[in-house]
Every structure is written in C-alpha cells, then in structure tokens.
Design a protein around this ligand. Structure first.
Ligand code: ACO
Length: 695
C-alpha cells in the first residue's frame, strides 16, 4: 500500500486543486494524520502559497507552513545552474520522509508550471515522484483542446512517467467541454493501459470565474470600499462608458463594472442596482485612470449601508479591462463555496471507490539511486560508528572526512603524522574537529606494542616472526585493520593510495571470514539511472570455483537484503538456461545448483546472459518461467576478468555511480577504495562500511 501520491500536470491552470481537494477529502475520511506537501512552490515573496494555506486551513493540518514545502522555483533554478541537482532531490526526499514517518498519508503536489521551461519542469516532476517512490495522478488540462489533443497529452504524459518507473494510478482530463465528457473518457480509456483509472471533469463556470480578490491582485490599485467583500465571484465584466440607463440593461448576476473614476453617476446607479429587487447583485466596481469620485460622491457612498468593493486603479480603461479578462481563477482559502464545489465535482466525476482501491493496493517497486544514497546516509547516522581511515596523507580522504563529520555520519580516526595531517587540513581550508576526528601515528601510538604482540600470536603458525610483526604494524593497513580486529574502530576504509592486495590482505589474514562463509568477496552497488543493481564479485576473487561462486552469490544476496534491495540473483554466463555447454557454463550451472541447495529461500537463475537477466522482453523469450529473468537485481559474474571489466564499462559508458567495492564475508568490515577514487567515492564507502558495522 502506498501512503503518498504525487499530483502533477503539464501546464499551468490545469485545475490541480480540484483533484487535490477531492483526494484530501477522500483521505481525511479514512486516515487520521494526513499531510500536504508541495516540494517546489512558485512564490518567492513572503506571501504564502495559496494551495498550502488552503489545505492546511481547510483540512486542519497541524504543520508549520515551512514544513510543507522545500524550495521556491527560483531557488531550484539556481541550484540546478550550480550543478547541485542531486542535493535538491536529497533535501526533498529528506523533508518528505520526515512527513511520511509522522503521517498516515502524504499528498504531494507537483510544480505549477508558471516558469519558462515546461520541459525541465515536466522532467523535474518525474524525477521527484520517482525519487520519493510514490505513484502519480496526472491532471491534463482540457480547456482549449480537441478530444484528440487531450488524449494525446494524456498518453504522452503517462508514458513520460511510466517509462521512468513511476506508476500512474489515474489520469484526469479536467476543464473539458461538458458535451464531450463521455467521449473523452472513452477515448482515454482506449488509449491508456487498462490499469489506469481515467476520469473527465467538465469545466464549471462557478469554478472558472475569478473572485474580485484575484482581479485586484492582477490589476493592483487601492481599495476604496468593501474590502470585506473581495471574495465576491465575478461572472462577467462590462465597461461603463455609456450612459447609466444603457449600462443598467447590461447588468447581470455578479457583473464587474470597469469605468473611469469620474463617472459618479454610474457608480451611484450601479450601487442602487445592487440593492434593487429589480436587478441582480453586482460583483464590484473598478475605477480607472487614477481618478477617484468627487468628495460629495465619496461622502454619499460612505453613508450607504450596502456597498460593493470599489477599487481605484492608475491604468486606463482598456488596459484594465484586458487585465481583468486575463485574470485566472483559482480556488482559495477564503472561498468556501468554491472549495465545496470542487469537492463535489470530484466526488461526482471520479470513480472514488476504484481510486481508493488502487491507493490501497499500490506497492512501491525498485529504488532509485538518490533514494538509495539518501537511505544509506540516514541509516549510517542512526547508530553512529567509528571508522578508521589509514591514508591521512591523501587529500581526498581528508576532504571526505571533513564532510562526513560535518554531516555527523561517523566518528573517525585518521592514521598519519599528526602535524602533517593537521597542516593538510589547514592547507585544504578544512576545519579539524578534534572531538570527532582523532589523528593517530602508528609508530608513536601507545597501542603499537600490544598490536605487534597480537599480530605475532595470530600469525606465528604462518611463519611470522616478532620482528616481522613489528615491521608490519608500522604499515597503516595492518595498524588500521588491527584497530578493527580489537574493536577500537568499527570498520576501516583504505585503498586510495594502496593496492587492493595491500589493503585487504591483513583482513584476510586475521579478521577472517564469518561463520559459514569461506570466501571473502565484494560487491558494487551500481546506481543506474532508474534502479540500483548489485554486481559481484568485481574486485577480489580472480577465478572462483563453483563453490566460491555460490558463496559469492549467497553473500551478495545477504548484502542486497541488508541494503533494502530484494535479491533476485542472476548467475551470469555466455549462455542462458540449458542451451550452452562448456567448462565455464558448467561451472556456473553447478554454482547455481549449490545456491539452490544451500539457500532454497533465494530466487536464483543460472546460467543466464546479461541481457536475459535485466531486460524483461529478452528474459521472457529466453527463460519464460523464470522469476529472475528480466528482473535480476544481483548479478554474479563468473570471474574477475568479466566482473571488473563489466562494472567499469557500465560505470564509464552510462555515467552510473558505482559505490564499492564493499567486501562481504569478513567478520568485521574492511573496505577497499580504488586508487582513482573521488572524494564522493570515499564518502560513500565510509557510509556503507558504517552500515555494515551496525549489523
Ligand atoms: N576469501 C577468504 N580468504 C582469502 C581469500 C578470499 N577470497 N583470498 C585469500 N584469502 C586468505 C588466504 O586463505 C590466506 O589466509 P592465510 O594466510 O591465513 O592462510 C590469506 O588470505 C592470504 O592469501 P594469499 O593467497 O596469500 O592471497 P593474497 O594476499 O596474495 O591475495 C587477494 C588475496 C588480494 C584477494 C588476491 O586474490 C587478489 O589480488 N585479488 C585481485 C585483487 C584485484 O586486483 N582486484 C581488482 C582491482 S580492484 C578494483 O578495480 C576496484
């Protein structure tokens, strides 16, 4: 079941608020704690977002206004221009998760499309919905479009979302011609997948007409009278240029009269008409040309019991009328009638029962790279661990260390000469936080002798002498690993300046493997554009046997679960199913059998080719009865040559972020960096090491 939905459209004034109000009303009846969230609002000014105010007030949402949005539109543009798109998404995920934790349901509203680049906004909405892992409700504006145009927009918008893995629960064509309601619904149902609920809502003039307040916002000016009646709806407007008797013939219900400010006769006549039982109520009067009525006329109006809003503007009549005509209506907090009408329109036209059922039966699938990274950092922070970084003479390590402690992700020990490390911090313009970052020089450490003795005891039957142990313990990899072995650090990350062998050999020698596991192996978390896949083993075992491959697959599946990804294991080879023959295929076939015997609970397929493993159409063709084919999340390579080259090829050619290698199977976490690593790689590897240490 989902506990959130993303409301989105493709253009301004599509009428999102009807759907938002209708949905909120539906959910408020079912759940106690409901939140409304609009990650990106349009307004930059101190004035609040109309929808957020309305939802908070109408549905009594007990949330500070600041918690209901994250950015305004211009802030997002500036962040994107500075190349900080990822951090925009991170902030949004963070705020959303907090709301989600504290509420039964969160309705998330997409952007307003009030800016220039609709394409960017369209993609932005898809990206947010995808990264929040929630389904979408799409609202298509029907006003001014033919039936075919409405259907085409519905199909292409839906495709945009579903292609990126966002499920679409419903598509609503809003503000349509009432006579085409049935036709539009039928055509959309034909063109869209059957699983999507299609709805068409006819335009309703009482919703479409602006209020005097909205008109005042677009024409500006000064309110002379009747400020308390600004919520008056405006059905039509006339220009009061003719004589009063002619003007009266043109008055109908809720008419706005636009007239030069010196037309005292017309003003008084209109106010009389408003209270006359022979004329309809008028909406208000706008006085143009910077003219206000004579003092005697003003005095007369002041003495009247019933007035309508009278607004004086500087602009001329023509300009004012154009602005009035272009004013867009919206549903706002003050206009209770419009809110009630919107909810009743929703209830009347939307198949509420079917939508309710869809919301209840929706299950999130997959995990996006940003969701994944967000969750990693969040988990690491939950139980803060202490990680040792042996390479204090590498700038990348120090820059990452600074970010890690600033974000309160871990506590750290950095190995190296204290003076040298401190002056590097200074040179890099970083602050050394003494409470969170210890600097230890192995040669000068008070722990050195005890560590030497322990290493000697552990390795003397492997021909290690005490002298050799003394030498080895001056090596930062041995010292750091011994800190982990002794429990004086929870994990180690090294390898920015050392080879894989150098980094992991001490761990293989004395941290050793977990009970039931004989092979230490590794995985990469491959953050592909729309999912995270696990690749194993691309870093440790050059030529694994069938037994080792089975070990690698089982460890990788456990890792996958540990990091919230459902394991579907593909044992990769150059042939799929029973078709291929040869030593290499047989090795994989046997490994697959071993996994099945040892862990019947795991979903595993092998031998299988990469395309059949990840592409649903190829998977269906080659292995139609497989639960894994086409949907594999854990990809096990037959040897190091294949694995290492594939991960690097995917990383370089697709721009995918590769987090790892993360070693698995060791009693305590030790992880290896590549010598070409970036600061982000160091950061991410420390984060996953901290999570491993929590297990
Ligand atoms: N699982 C468990 N234990 C192991 C493993 C393993 N996979 N490999 C070695 N060991 C143990 C051995 O049993 C031995 O234990 P013992 O001394 O107590 O008897 C100890 O580790 C040392 O074994 P060696 O055979 O001497 O292994 P060595 O230290 O030479 O190498 C290593 C091990 C580093 C894993 C080696 O297999 C290797 O170099 N692998 C390739 C690494 C590499 O270059 N990867 C690609 C680059 S990484 C990247 O691109 C990100």
């Amino acid at each position: 079941m989902t506990n959130a939905i993303y409301l989105t459209t493709t253009e301004p004034y599509a009428g999102k608020s009807i759907i938002a109000l209708g949905l909120m009303n539906l959910l408020a009846a079912k759940t106690e704690k409901i939140a409304y969230f609009k990650p990106v609002i349009s307004r930059e000014s101190s004035e609040k977002d109309n929808h957020l105010e309305m939802m908070a007030s109408h549905f009594k949402i007990n949330l500070p206004y600041e918690d209901m949005y994250v950015f305004n539109r211009n802030q997002v543009v500036r962040q994107i221009n500075a190349g900080k798109e990822a951090s925009v998404i991170d902030f949004i995920i963070d705020r959303f998760k907090k709301l989600q934790e504290r509420h039964d349901f969160v309705v998330v509203e997409g952007t307003d499309f009030m800016g220039g680049s609709t394409n960017i906004e369209f993609d932005g909405n898809i990206s947010i919905a995808k990264n929040l892992g929630i389904p979408a409700a799409i609202i298509v504006k029907g006003e001014g479009k033919s039936v075919q145009e409405i259907v085409d927009t519905a199909v292409s918008t839906t495709k945009g979302f579903t292609d990126e893995g966002v499920q679409v629960l419903t598509v609503v064509a809003n503000k349509i011609n009432p006579e085409q309601e049935e036709e539009i619904r039928t055509q959309m149902a034909k063109a869209l997948p059957a699983s999507i609920i299609v709805t068409s809502i006819p335009s309703h003039k009482d919703l479409g007409n602006p209020t005097l307040k909205e008109i005042y916002e677009s024409v500006g000016g000064k309110i002379l009278f009747g400020e308390h009646l600004l919520s008056n709806p405006v059905n039509t407007s006339i220009v009061g240029a003719m004589q009063l008797h002619n003007c009266l013939t043109r008055l109908s219900k809720n008419t706005l009269i636009v007239t030069p400010g010196d037309r005292g006769d017309l003003i008084i006549g209109a106010l009389q008409a408003n209270i006359s039982r022979n004329y309809e109520k008028i909406a208000g009067i706008i006085l143009t040309g910077g003219l206000v009525p004579e003092p005697t006329i003003m005095k007369l109006i002041e003495g009247l019991e019933t007035v309508v809003p009278i607004i004086a503007v500087e602009s001329g009549t023509f300009k004012t009328v154009t602005r009035v005509a272009n004013t867009q209506s919206r549903i706002s907090l003050e206009n209770k009638d419009k809110i009630a009408l919107a909810i009743s329109l929703f209830d009347k036209h939307v198949d509420v029962k079917a939508l309710e059922k869809k919301i209840i039966s929706f299950r999130a699938t997959g995990i996006t790279p940003r969701m994944f990274q967000y969750q990693l950092v969040k988990r690491a922070k939950e139980h803060k661990k202490h990680i040792v970084l042996p390479e204090g003479d590498d700038d990348r390590i120090l820059i990452a260390a600074d970010a890690l402690v600033k974000q309160n992700v871990v506590d750290l020990t950095i190995l190296g000469n204290a003076d040298a490390v401190q002056s590097s911090f200074k040179r890099l313009n970083l602050e050394w936080d003494k409470d969170k970052v210890k600097i230890v020089n192995p040669a000068a450490s008070e722990r050195y002798s005890e560590y030497v003795q322990t290493l000697y005891e552990l390795r003397k039957n492997k021909n290690l002498s005490i002298e050799m142990a003394r030498d080895l313990m001056l090596d930062v990899s041995y010292f750091g690993t011994m800190m982990v072995y002794k429990g004086e650090a929870d994990g180690m990350v090294s390898g920015a300046a050392h080879t894989t062998q150098h980094t992991i050999r001490p761990a293989l020698q004395f941290v050793k493997t977990k009970p039931g596991i004989t092979t230490v192996s590794s995985v990469f978390f491959m953050c592909l554009p729309n999912r995270v896949s696990i690749f194993g083993d691309c870093a440790v075992n050059p030529n694994p046997t069938s037994e080792q491959l089975a070990d690698i697959a089982i460890s990788s599946a456990e890792t996958s679960k540990m990091f919230g990804i459902e394991p579907k294991i593909a044992m990769l080879s150059y042939s799929s199913g029973s078709s291929g023959e040869g030593e290499d295929v047989d090795k994989v076939r046997k490994a697959t059998e071993l996994v099945k015997q040892r862990r019947p609970d795991l979903k595993v397929e092998g031998p299988i080719q990469y395309d059949a493993a990840v592409d649903p159409s190829v998977g269906k063709k080659k292995l139609p009865n497989s639960e894994v084919a086409g949907h594999a999340s854990v990809l096990i390579f037959p040897d190091l040559n294949t694995g290492n080259n594939t991960y690097k090829a995917v990383q370089r050619e697709t721009g995918a972020l590769a987090i790892g290698p993360m070693l698995q199977g060791l009693n305590k976490p030790v992880n290896d960096l590549s010598r070409g690593c970036t600061v982000d790689d160091v950061f991410n590897t420390v984060v996953i090491t901290a999570i491993q240490a929590q297990q």
